[in-house]
Design a protein around this ligand. Structure first.
Ligand SMILES: NC(=O)c1ccc[n+]([C@@H]2O[C@H](COP(=O)([O-])OP(=O)(O)OC[C@H]3O[C@@H](n4cnc5c(N)ncnc54)[C@H](OP(=O)(O)O)[C@@H]3O)[C@@H](O)[C@H]2O)c1
Length: 344
């Protein structure tokens, strides 16, 4: 199979490229050559997806059996690529998100949940991330003449994660006892549910979906059989890094009184109430979605960070800041001691 990846050098796109090459497919990636080096073995076409000229030049490298778009965020921009490549491929897979559902994360979501209202021609200022992604799904379905498929992804983890979530937790544990305190803040209840998905499992599902000729939209997130807990996540980080960190679990009632950016300063954690992990993946499971255990994702992410003398660990630069500073973590732990005394 001949595949074109719009992006293809970072995190999810990279995993799709690696999985496709390993399966013996021919892979073209289209990116600007800024974010990360391409996976060895791909054919790289340099260009900017916001340039009509670059898109026209890209089309000359086709045809492909399928296009996988991991880097589309704005309907106008996605529409330009869809129309420029309309005669160059049989199928278009758009990597969307469960943020397209206005009900998420307050309510459980299924493939039948309503989507945000968003025009297929919307520009960058016409909505937030999830709203614009809904518009992107619409422009792909409207303007691509072949088979189209949107994968509404839940939270992704895995090797080459450049967002900042799992690497921040791993590095915090690894540094316990050296540059960071052994006493480590752990939020809420260790039994609170968590169900991220490994990018490599999404990559495998994507290739299988293309192979099967799937169309429409599927929610692709952690499956119930791989559901885990926040406690298991932190313990897996401690084990992977051979850390001596001592976890101190702080009540969510206390954390909610503090000035904390949940989900980022405390990666992947929000106070109880919302249900960010409650996404129905049964349709995707029925057509082959399989998820590896979270522990394997954690171990392999640490293996990536520490490979080749730890180059990725030394130079790690997340897309967005994550984690607590040492000072803030210490201050929160001290405030927690006071809070406990007044809330026996
Ligand atoms: N992270 C999560 O938990 C999560 C959850 C749900 C859904 N998702 C979705 O999953 C996808 C993540 O994709 P990803 O990890 O592969 O990263 P991405 O940020 O979507 O894409 C980065 C890739 O696109 C290229 N790129 C960026 N701007 C470009 C431009 N103007 N022209 C050409 N290439 C460009 C980058 O290379 P250059 O910079 O070198 O050009 C790089 O190869 C996204 O669609 C996101 O919405 C993520």
């Amino acid at each position: 199979m001949r595949l074109l990846l719009l992006g293809g050098s970072a995190f999810l796109g990279r995993a799709v490229a690696a999985e496709a090459l390993a399966a013996g497919h021919e892979v073209t990636v289209f990116n600007r050559g800024r974010t990360a080096p391409d996976v060895p073995g791909v054919q790289a076409v340099r260009g900017d997806r916001e340039s009509q000229e670059d898109l026209a030049r890209l089309a000359d490298h086709g045809p492909w059996d399928a296009i996988v778009d991991t880097s589309g965020y704005v309907p106008q921009v996605v529409g330009d690529a869809v129309r420029a490549l309309a005669n160059s491929a049989q199928a278009y897979v758009f990597m969307s998100t469960i943020n397209v559902f206005p009900d998420w994360p307050a309510q459980p979501v299924t493939d039948a949940s309503p989507l945000h209202e968003c025009s297929p021609d919307a520009g960058p200022d016409d909505g937030d991330y999830g709203t614009l992604k809904a518009g992107c799904e619409r422009v792909v379905a409207r303007d691509f003449p072949g088979r189209t498929l949107s994968l509404r992804l839940g939270l992704l983890l895995g090797p080459h994660e450049d967002v900042g979530r799992l690497p921040t937790l791993l590095l915090r544990m690894a540094d316990a006892g050296t540059t960071r305190d052994l006493r480590t803040l752990a939020p809420g209840d260790p039994a609170s549910p968590i169900n991220p998905i490994d990018v490599r499992d999404i990559a495998a599902f994507t290739l299988s979906a293309i192979d099967q000729g799937l169309t429409g939209a599927y929610t692709v997130a952690g499956t119930p059989s791989n559901a885990s807990t926040y406690g298991e996540l932190l313990e897996a980080c401690i084990d992977a890094t051979a850390s001596a960190a001592h976890l101190e679990w702080l009540d969510s009632a206390f954390l909610e009184t503090q000035d904390i950016a949940f989900w980022s300063e405390l990666p992947i954690w929000i106070p109880p109430g919302d249900v960010p992990w409650d996404a129905d993946t049964s349709r995707a499971e029925a057509v082959g979605l399989r998820c590896r255990p979270l522990r394997e994702t954690v171990q392999d992410t640490w293996a990536w960070l520490t490979a080749d003398g730890g180059e990725a660990r030394r130079t790690y630069e997340p897309r967005r800041p994550h984690g607590l500073s040492p000072e803030k973590e210490r201050a929160l732990l001290a405030a927690w001691e006071t809070w406990k005394r007044s809330h026996p």
